[in-house]
Design a protein around this ligand. Sequence first.
Ligand code: PRX
Length: 646
Amino acid sequence: MSDAIYPVPQEWSANAKIDGARYEALYAEAANDPDSFWRREARRLDWIKPFTKVKNTSFNEADFGIKWFEDGELNVAANCIDRHLAERADEVAIIWEPDSPGAERRITYRELHEEVSRLANALKANGVGKGDRVTIYLPMIPHAAFAMLACARIGAIHSVVFGGFSPDSLGGRIEDCDSKLVITADEGLRGGKRVPLKANVDEALKNCGSVSKVLVVRHTGGTIAMQDGRDIWYDEAIAAASPDCPAEPMNAEDPLFILYTSGSTGKPKGVLHTSGGYLVWASMTHEYVFDYRPGDIFWCAADVGWVTGHTYVVYGALANGATTVMFEGVPNHPDFSRFWQIVDKYQVNIFYGAPTALRALMREGDEWVKKTSRKSLRLLGSVGEPINPEAWEWYYHVVGEERCPIVDTWWQTETGGTMMTPLPGATPLKPGSAAIPMFGVKPQIVDADGKVLDGATDGNLCITDSWPGQMRTVWGDHERFFQTYFTTYPGKYFTGDGCRRDADGYYWITGRVDDVINVSGHRMGTAEIESALVAHAKVAEAAVVGMPHPLKGQGIYAYVTLNAHEEPTEELRRELIQWVRHEIGPIATPDVIQFAPALPKTRSGKIMRRILRKIAEDDIGNLGDISTLADPSVVDHLLEHRQLVA
Ligand code: PRX
């Protein structure tokens, strides 16, 4: 925690869209008269049929339900493309920067309209209709945005799967939502390395029956197998399709997309977002949080495989008619100046990135930053995990040269868009604090028993009322939606995050309080990694916890008990690490595997994770009461063999 505070620069409070007084007024209006506030905000979109009802929501079991603008009709793609054509058809919608500096691509709104319409027709020609699911497994290339928008145009529901997931993880996600069609590329490129996307799809489809067609983008030109009757080249499909495709009128509550995310238990959940409320939220937060002005070059460095990419690379930015930068690569290729060179190349005004990348770049020294200009930057953003004050200060002083406010945006896949953040013209900045709630967000901090804690305090973060961008259900399991989020503290949405509120009313997210860990801003369920480990023939039992990691924020610490007669060798350790990468994907690579003859359990057989966490966190002076363990001596062995991180 840091005590530093940076006041709002005078030119920001004088010129920003939202200054301190306006924030207060709008926050109060959204809280007290949501109908009036949201009726006005929803006018930022074009409605095919205007809504008459604004909000119809309840978090209580008896009448549980979440509906916004429920009798309105609109089309999300038309809002992101068609309505901009009159004024900005020839302005650039997407700037694409490839993995290695070279042939960038600029796509105007007119071109975007044609690309998306052709692809929408190609989808229809291949049997995809309103309500059908389409899985998108692509690198960060413009086709990812085309694919999402083409689905939205015809009312198909997209499920984007991050290119770093394994065939198994991909297959599970395809199967869960019964996708009809997959859109992929021959290969992806990241930092010069090829990612075998099409081969992964082939592997995944061996066990999924629902998919009848695969559209394949020629990207690297690498050699791949094409299956007759199933696989179709993307370029051929769109060349054969008409550029004229009317946008399907959709009810505000019709699904827009599914995005799988990890929770504390079970397999990943298909978070479902719908059309009207989500787009209002995406567009509003993009405008106010980033103080977005027409003509700004906006760069959100997240992958479209995550919600940040959905809401700010694609939907929020394009709904506002922005020029959005899509970057295929990584911050350290070909060198550590890459981000800031891209900023200079396109004169980026707003840059939005993840703390994990900043920490990695900070370690390489200031020279990589300082040899670039960055004069175009006006605002910086942070997302995905708590930003430590050192990284914040570096971002502020070195990258932003003390000129650019930092918006530290706290939100989740479930929330659709930013929930808490400083607003650059309204909120003095405290390094590491997500500051204050967005309009319509009512945060509450409770203790473990659900008692509401007032004033300066520390506890679990809940939201007491609905906002338009809220997820509507878990795909195929509405009961799981209710159980997961609304039963821990009845009548409230429980975020899973710990939170502190200081004497000035600023919120500080302290990290997950459930069995979810945040590795380099990627959300992982410990249970998923455990089940991958126990699926290995030599493993009897596994327990996974987070541990502090200087670059990743949190690392993955796995305790593994082998089957009787198996030897804990270095070779087996390496094999298990590879195994998890293969089962889930490289993002789940364990940082530490500690072989443990036994795990600490209560007499009723429950693993005491608290103890495992303390050991992984190197907080061993503070193990708490271990007398309730079935065999307290287990802890001695764990302590003796714990692995400290470099
Ligand atoms: O723990 C919080 C952390 O990321 C979680 C949500 O992860 P995901 O659904 O993948 O969405 C990430 C992008 C919005 C949260 O429960 N988190 C996200 N942003 C912040 C954060 N923690 C602290 N500060 C943030 N700005």
